[in-house]
Structures are given as C-alpha cells and as structure tokens.
Design a protein around this ligand. Structure first.
Ligand code: GUN
Ligand code: ZN
Length: 429
C-alpha cells in the first residue's frame, strides 16, 4: 500500500467538499490489481489505521481528484482559437477541413498523443470525447489511451448528410463500423464506447434510428451528441424535423435519450426539455468557454437546478478555448452571473469544482469510480501546488476559508498549478 500525505480534497454524496488540511490518501490494488483509494482522511486517523503504509509526503501541496471533461473533440486540438461569426460557419471553414485529415491513421495517432499530453498536463484524467467519422481516429485514440492506462470514452462520429466530402459517412457502413468498434473496444481495460451522432442536422433518419437501435442493444455504452447550442442550428433542426416538439425531442424520438446519454450545450431549452432530460436520465455537458467564444449563448444553471437535470462541465475544445479546467470553471462562474435571479455570488467555487469532478462522473454513470477520492474510487488524482506562480502564492496564502482557497485557484490557476497527475495503474503495467 502507498500513502500520500498532503492537504486532501474530496466530496461527499451531496457534492459538499471535505477538506483535510493535513490529509492522507491510501492507495492499493483491488482484487483485479487496479489501484484504488483504500482509505482517505485526516493524517492522524488514517495513518493510525495503516501503520505499515509507505508514506510519500508532499508538504504544501493539495491532493485533489482528477478532473472529468464531459465533452471535448480530440481532432479539434489544432483548431483551438479559430475565429468565426458562429457555429455553422466555424464548422464549415475550420472544423470539417481539419477533421477530414483523420482518415489518415498516422495523423490521428500523432494528434492523439498531443491531446493526451495536454489533458494530463491540465489535470484531466477522463474525457467523453468526440473522434471523427473515420474509424481510424477511434482506433488511434483507444490505442493511445490504453497504452497510458487511462479511463477514456470516445466513438466514431455519425454524419451521413449535410457534411462535405472527407467527413461524410455512409449510413449502413457507419452503423456496421460503430458496432464493430463497440465490440472491439467497449469495456476493454478502462475504455468505453460512445455512440456519437454529430448532431441531428447531419444525420438522416435512418442513421439516427440505427444509432438508437445500437444504444438499446448495448445499454452500457454512452450516447454523445450536441443539442440547442446556437439559434441558427436550432432553426435548422426544427425545419429538418418538423414533427418533433423541440430539437431535443428529435433525439428522444430515435431512442437516443437514456442514462449515459450526454448532450453538449443544452442552451436554448424550455422547461419541457429540462423535464425530458430529467425523466430519461440524460445529462448536459456545459461548455462555457466554447459558448462564449462562439457567441452561442448562456447555459441556464438555475433552470437546470430548478428542474433537477444532471450536468457537469466540459471544455468543448476546439470550440472551447482551453484544456484547463480552471478556465472552464471560471467561465462557468461568469455564465452563472447571466440570468441569475437569486441574490448571491454566482456559483460557489466548491460547486464549480464538484461539477468538473464528482458531478461529471455521476452524470456519466461513473460515480464511485472516478471524479472523487473516496474509498473505492480509482486512484486518478492530482497534486496541486498552490504556490505555483507568484500571484497564486500570494492569494492562496491569504485565503481564510476553503471557498476562498478554491476560488483563488479557479481564478488564477492554469496548467502550472498541476504539479503532477497520477494515473491508476493495473497490475503488470
Ligand atoms: N455541433 C456539431 N458539431 C459540432 C462541433 O464540432 N462543435 C460544436 N461546438 N458544436 C457542434
Ligand atoms: Zn462539441
């Protein structure tokens, strides 16, 4: 058993932070050899329970759960920061040309390595990830993630219409490819498959129907798509699917809403949409840097909380502007100001942090597995250095509460704050 001594951040089942100023995290293999948290808490009590543990001491550091990014596009790593008047021209001018290169396995493999390096430098240990429509992109992603022992989810993008040559796929073959990738990769080590229609406007009815059938046949796969991000997109979806009550309802009609279904953005919603999310157990991936960058709009946090929808935070790189969870949490704080009706200071820092760790894990159906450091969780964790920059050192030294400490890191932090990212290994790796 290995034990790590530093300040320790965890969350309880209600999403409230638990902070041990002098904490101890005890890590050891489970019956299958996977490294998990065996015990966690105050140094004095945990060390007394495990007198033989080998203790590594990180004075002045904070151990925290690895972040969970609920929606990101690995093939858009190189188009981060591409200016555009809005979503649809951005897709046409930057995204589709960049993604068309992922038919080439060597290119996909090279970008996958850059992507994982960047995630880990920024403290993200799991992401629900778009690949491209090319099976080679999925293959490259899973091979690289497996090599690094990561818990990662991706899937081949389905887009058989309204898409240019180079990214458009073919209905029947796209579903055959999806099923063979599920059989090849879903549940292998810590890898999971997401059935991934890009968004309703770029799939035919037949493709969406086929995706829904696969989602029923493989109920523990994820479903991953976009919805209600941009007003022009919403208008287009409504024109293409006039029989649906709303854009979101298109997905419900094809059997694409259930537990483990995750939709990015969910901005232009009404309460019936929110109730449909709740009733089906579908989760929203809130992507504030992307929404601000592309001028898409503001996620309604109060509306989601009022109805009780599951949601967590996401970068949405390359629409999003940063891999850093600190940037995403700060942008969520800004967005939380918009449309705020209750008095207060937008979203509490600990709640921003929870939405990017434990709540995101819960929304993915992975509570108790990742996103927290309670006993039983896989040992994916971060060592944060609150003195990583001069301003962080000044601000964190002056923090008088946990909320002030977390907020200092959210506002001033970036990849320099993440001194080390520790990934749970399986025996033999
Ligand atoms: N909607 C359909 N495709 C995309 C994409 O690649 N990024 C974003 N942000 N929205 C989308
Ligand atoms: Zn996206």
């Amino acid at each position: 058993m290995q034990a790590y001594r530093a300040s320790l951040l965890r969350f309880d089942a209600a999403g409230q932070p638990i902070f041990d100023e002098d904490g101890l995290l005890l890590v050891g293999p489970d019956a299958a050899g996977r490294q998990r948290v065996q015990d966690a808490g105050a140094f004095a009590s945990v060390s007394a329970r495990h007198p033989d543990a080998v203790v590594t001491h990180w004075p002045g550091r904070i151990i925290a759960p690895g972040f969970v990014d609920m929606h990101i596009h690995f093939p858009q790593t190189d188009i981060i920061g591409a200016p555009s008047e809005g979503l649809l021209p951005w897709l046409e001018n930057y995204t589709f040309p960049a993604e068309s290169r992922f038919a080439e396995p060597a290119h996909a493999a090279e970008v996958a390595e850059v992507f994982f390096d960047e995630l880990l430098r920024n403290g993200v240990t799991t992401s629900l990830t778009f690949a491209t429509s090319h099976p080679a992109s999925v293959q490259a992603f899973f091979e690289a993630a497996q090599h690094r022992s990561l818990r990662m989810i991706t899937g081949k993008v389905l887009q058989d219409r309204h898409s240019p040559d180079g990214v458009r796929d073919e209905t029947e073959q796209s579903l055959i490819d999806t099923e063979s990738l599920i059989r090849r990769w879903h549940g292998v080590d810590r890898l999971g498959y997401a059935i991934t229609p890009r968004f309703a406007p770029t799939s035919t009815d037949a493709q969406l129907r086929g995706a829904g059938e696969l989602a029923t046949k493989y109920p523990d796969t994820w479903i991953h798509s976009h919805v209600a991000e941009n007003k022009d997109e919403v208008k287009w979806a409504r024109e293409l699917f006039p029989g649906a009550r709303s854009y979101l309802d298109v997905y419900q009609g094809f059997g694409l809403m259930r537990e483990r279904a995750v939709y990015a953005h969910c901005i232009h919603f009404d309460d019936d949409d929110r109730r449909l999310m709740r009733a089906t157990g579908t989760a929203a991936a809130v992507s504030p840097t992307s929404n601000l960058f592309l001028g898409s709009g503001f996620f309604d946090f109060e509306g989601a909380d009022r109805i009780g929808c599951a949601y967590g935070l996401a970068s949405d790189v390359g629409g999003g502007t940063s891999f850093s969870p600190f940037s995403t949490m700060l942008a969520a704080y800004y967005v939380g100001r918009e449309g705020q009706t209750k008095p207060g200071v937008s979203i509490a820092p600990s709640q921003l942090w929870w939405r990017h760790t434990g709540a995101a894990a819960r929304a993915l159906g992975l509570e108790g597995v990742i996103g927290n450091l309670q006993p039983g969780c896989e040992a994916d964790f971060l060592v944060l250095d609150p003195k990583a920059t001069p301003m962080l050192a000044r601000k964190t030294a002056r923090a008088e509460s946990l909320e002030e400490l977390l907020f200092a890191m959210i506002v001033l932090g970036d990849d320099r704050l993440v001194e080390r990212t520790v990934i749970s290994q399986a025996s033999g790796t």
